[in-house]
Design a binder for this molecule. Structure first.
Ligand code: NDP
Length: 260
C-alpha cells in the first residue's frame, strides 16, 4: 500500500510529482507504483487512452494519486503540448522517467529505414524531447531528477536489434550530457539498465525455450528479472539519496553484464 510506512527521509518523495512515460504496463507501471509508494504523485503515460485509463483506475483503487497523460513520446508536437497542459493545470514535473520503448527484430540487411527511424525516435529521441521540456521547467525551479531507461544493449550490441542497441547506447551518453549541462541547476540525470525482464516486450522470447534457457544460463542470478526489481534503483535515483550521483547508469541485470 502507498504511504504504508514512514519513509526514510533520504528516499522520501512526498510533495514531488513523477512523470513516467510508457507506464500503462510493464516496467514503467512498476516504476510508477514504486515512486508512488515513496510518496510521489504520479503522471502516467501511453499512446492508448483506454489502456491508460484502465491502468490509472487500477492504481487509484490501490491508493495512488494518478493523472493520465496520453501522448506519443516520439512526436515533438505532442510532447510540447503535454508539457503546456501540465503548465496550464499547475502540474510541475519534479521527476521524469523516460521509460517508453519499443523493439523491432530484424536482421540489419532487411531493415527498412522507417523501422530504424521509429525505433531510434521512440527509444532515444523521445528522451531528448521530454528531457528538454522537463529540464526547462526544472531549471527555473532549481531542482529535478531525470531517469532514462537504457538496457544491457547500452553497453553491448545484439544481433537483429541493431537500431534498439544504437538507441540504448545513445541513452547512456545522452544521460551524461544531461548531467553535464544541468548539474549546476540542481538537476541529476542518471540511467537504469535493466537485464532480461518479464514484460510484454519479451513475450515471444519468454515462450521460446531455447532463448529462455540461454537467459537463465547466461545470467548469474539464473532467472529473468521481475518489473518491481527496478523499483529500488528508481527510488534511489528519484530521491535526495542520489543528490551527488550524476550521469551514471545502474545495471539491474542479475549480474549478466559482469560475466563472460
Ligand atoms: P512494454 O512493451 O511492456 O511496455 C511499453 C510501454 O511503453 C507501454 O506502456 C506502451 O504503451 C508505452 N509506449 C510504447 N511506445 C510509446 C510511445 N511512442 N509513446 C508513449 N508510450 C509508448 O515494455 P517494457 O516495460 O518491457 O519496457 C520498458 C522500457 O524498458 C523500454 O524502454 C525498454 O526498452 C526497456 N527495457 C526493457 C527490458 C525488458 O527486458 N523488458 C530490458 C531492458 C530495457 P502504449 O502501447 O499504450 O503506448
Amino acid at each position: 500500500m502507498p504511504h504504508a510506512t514512514k519513509p526514510n527521509p533520504l528516499f522520501d518523495l512526498t510533495g514531488r510529482t513523477a512523470l513516467v512515460t510508457g507506464s500503462s504496463r510493464g516496467l514503467g507501471r512498476a516504476i510508477a507504483e514504486g515512486l508512488g509508494d515513496a510518496g510521489a504523485k504520479l503522471v502516467i503515460n501511453g499512446r492508448k487512452a483506454d489502456t491508460l485509463k484502465q491502468a490509472a483506475d487500477e492504481m487509484r483503487a490501490k491508493g495512488y494519486d494518478v493523472l493520465e497523460a496520453v501522448f506519443d513520446v516520439a512526436l515533438e508536437k505532442e510532447v510540447e503540448a503535454a508539457f503546456e497542459r501540465f503548465d496550464a493545470e499547475g502540474t510541475q514535473i519534479d521527476i521524469l522517467v523516460n521509460n517508453a520503448g519499443i523493439q523491432h527484430r530484424q536482421p540489419m540487411v532487411e531493415l527498412k529505414l522507417a523501422d530504424w527511424q521509429r525505433v531510434i525516435d521512440t527509444n532515444l529521441t523521445a528522451s531528448f524531447l521530454l528531457g528538454r521540456e522537463a529540464a526547462k521547467r526544472m531549471i527555473a525551479r532549481g531542482h529535478g531528477k531525470v531517469i532514462n531507461i537504457g538496457s544491457l544493449t547500452s553497453e553491448l550490441a545484439r544481433r537483429t536489434v541493431i537500431p534498439y542497441t544504437v538507441a540504448k547506447g545513445g541513452v547512456r551518453l545522452l544521460t551524461k550530457g544531461m548531467a553535464a549541462e544541468w548539474a549546476e541547476h540542481g538537476i541529476q540525470a542518471n540511467a537504469i539498465g535493466p537485464g532480461y525482464m518479464v514484460t510484454d516486450m519479451n513475450e515471444a522470447l519468454l515462450s521460446d525455450e531455447k532463448f529462455d534457457a540461454w537467459v537463465k544460463s547466461r545470467t548469474p542470478a539464473g532467472r529473468w528479472g521481475q518489473p518491481d526489481e527496478l523499483v529500488g534503483a528508481a527510488v534511489f535515483l528519484a530521491s535526495p539519496a542520489s543528490n551527488y550521483v550524476n550521469g551514471q547508469m545502474i545495471y539491474v541485470d542479475g549480474g549478466m553484464l559482469s560475466v563472460l
